[in-house]
Design a protein around this ligand. Structure first.
Ligand code: URP
Ligand code: ZN
Ligand code: ZN
Length: 557
């Protein structure tokens, strides 16, 4: 397919460029990793390498918003590391992943970040960035979030309402983290499941003798996810913090997000390839390994209409991005839970197959058009995570992360032929229209006609700035205009009942919460300011309180 030798100059010729807003016939000329021109009859210097895209679609490379390469988890490590995982990604048309720094409670977030970066840098085959998980809360963590935002290029933090005693935070801590995220211009991300209920229900299932993978879904059905989603969205809205719900797996949880968006909340939902391409009936499969291979949290849903439901919400714009939650474990690792579903390492594949699965289930089935496909696999992610238009679009000045896509070719997904390290594939046997014939990363062909031309470490870390306009425009305006206002009234002068035994009035604020106020922050221009002086402090909810005379207070945007 390719002619010529130069790696710094590349011409993608004869294809149809598909962006999120429009499609048009054009060639794409790339110099030194950056798209230089998009148009017809481009004149290019001699020695330019040519990629023939005749009859094909030329699209922005996919951005997988949610991966866990080589994650240490549930007593073992995810088997796809930053090398095999990103290599598999480019073969499927994904040119950037955003992985999670996710360490234990009590570990410095900065040290965790440095550890993860040390793992990723020498191995990555495509560009990558990091979300950081906040699994514990203290003044130190609060300061570290600022450092991560200011000097490490992190603008998104994930919290867990599940994994009790491991990663889970309670509502009071979540409230504090959200305030901190808002003050430093970061996006709060949430794993939304009720961890307390899951812990009780796991015990109940085991007591009933249900030890197999079906118990995993039975102890955390849809409403366990939906309740937590609602709580996450509600608390974030109280403090005017933008919220991104990761791995939306159920119709009930999706409905919570859709309704919150209708009310005006700044909230985004992320379905994943697994939830769009398969379902939770697999937990009842007679083969234990097959059933365990699908165990992830929140679980896939036994309601077989769920994948199409989520896909339609991507089509309507109610759901924003698509990730994979790629976190893979081999059969022997899954077997850690052979006698107890609660010990099966949670996680599934997807980083290689996300683009094909979404094309097959979305575009080939008539739910998404090609432009919406680009929006939900790439452009929206670039916008939400503040790397647009560097990524997510084919336009002059953007990084040349491009795929040449054959919408008519088919491939059959199988663990026997996939490039991931894991020995199982949740999409086994699925025939997908839509095949990546060439992947270009930063202007270099890294995968073509089934062959890799990439080395470990070729990818780069992509730093991301805070106060992303796409996310924060409404938040900042509400900070200015939606302060609660007190009612001016004459002081009450009548009798006051005396509570027996009480001598002094008590503050409702705990010393721990008081401590949290003494932190530094940044303003939208990136200047450090002490919390007492921040224009957005003291923390104020995104609402105003209407207090009609003699009536109950009523809270509104
Ligand atoms: O099952 C899952 N999702 N494994 C990875 C950890 C997480 O919650 O994202
Ligand atoms: Zn999660
Ligand atoms: Zn995850």
């Amino acid at each position: 397919m390719s002619v010529g030798a130069s790696h710094s100059r590349l011409l993608v010729k004869g294809g149809k460029v598909v962006n999120a807003d429009q499609s048009f016939e054009a060639d794409v000329y790339i110099e030194n990793g950056i798209i230089s021109q998009v148009g017809k009859n481009l004149s290019t210097p001699g020695g330019t390498k040519v990629v023939d895209a005749t009859g094909k679609l030329v699209m922005p490379g996919g951005i997988d918003t949610h991966t866990h390469m080589q994650l240490p988890f549930m007593g073992t490590f995810a088997v796809d590391d930053f090398y095999t995982g990103t290599k598999a990604a480019i073969s499927g048309g994904t040119t950037m992943i955003i992985d999670f720094v996710l360490d234990q409670k009590g570990v410095s977030l900065l040290e965790a970040y440095d550890k993860w970066k040390g793992w990723a840098d020498p191995k990555v085959c495509c560009d990558y960035s990091f979300h950081v998980a906040v699994t514990w809360w203290s003044p130190q963590v609060s300061e570290e979030l600022l450092e991560l935002v200011t000097n490490r290029g992190v603008n998104s933090f994930k919290m867990f309402m599940a994994y009790k005693d491991v990663f889970m935070l309670g509502d009071a801590d979540l409230y504090e983290v959200y305030k901190r995220c808002r003050d430093i211009g970061a996006l709060a991300m949430m794993h939304a499941e009720n961890g307390d209920v899951i812990a009780h229900e796991q015990k109940r299932m085991l007591d009933l003798g249900i030890t197999g993978p079906e118990g995993h879904e039975m102890c955390r059905p849809e409403d366990v996810e939906a309740e937590a989603t609602n709580r996450a969205v509600m608390i974030a809205n109280r403090v005017n913090c933008p919220m991104y719900i990761v791995h939306v797996m159920s119709k009930a949880s999706a409905d919570v997000i859709v309704e919150a968006r209708r009310r005006g909340n700044v909230v985004f939902g992320e379905p994943i390839a697994a939830g769009l391409g398969t379902d939770g009936t697999n937990y009842w499969h007679k083969c234990w390994r097959h059933a365990a291979g699908h165990v992830m949290g929140p679980p896939l849903r036994p309601d077989t209409t769920t994948p199409k439901y989520l896909m339609k919400l991507l089509a309507s714009g109610d759901m924003e991005c698509t990730g994979t939650d790629n976190c893979t474990f081999n059969g022997s690792q899954k077997a850690l839970g052979k006698d107890n579903f609660a010990k099966i390492p949670n996680g599934v594949n997807g980083v290689e197959d996300r683009m094909s699965v979404i094309w097959e289930k979305g575009v080939a089935s008539g739910i998404l058009d090609e432009n919406k496909f680009v929006a939900v696999t790439s452009t929206n992610a670039a916008k939400v995570f503040n790397i647009y238009p560097q990524k997510g679009v084919i336009a002059p000045g953007s990084d040349a992360d491009i795929i040449v896509w054959d919408p008519n070719a088919t491939r059959t997904i199988s663990a026997k032929t996939h490039h991931q390290a894991v020995d199982f594939n949740i999409f086994e046997g699925m025939v997908c229209h839509g095949v990546t014939v060439c992947t270009i990363s930063r202007g270099k062909v890294v995968y073509e006609d089934g062959k890799f031309t990439v080395s470990a470490g070729d990818g780069k870390y992509v730093p991301r700035k805070p106060f992303c306009k796409y996310v924060y425009n409404r938040i900042l305006k509400r900070q200015e205009t939606h302060d609660p206002k007190k009612v001016e009234r004459e002081p009450y002068t009548g009798p006051v009942h005396k509570i027996q035994g009480s001598t002094t009035s008590q503050s409702e604020e705990s010393p721990r919460v008081r401590n949290m106020h003494h932190t530094t922050s940044i303003n939208t221009s990136g200047q450090h300011i002490s919390n007492g002086q921040t224009p957005t402090s003291p923390p104020t909810p995104s609402t105003k309180v209407l207090a009609p005379p003699g009536g109950k207070s009523q809270i509104q945007f």
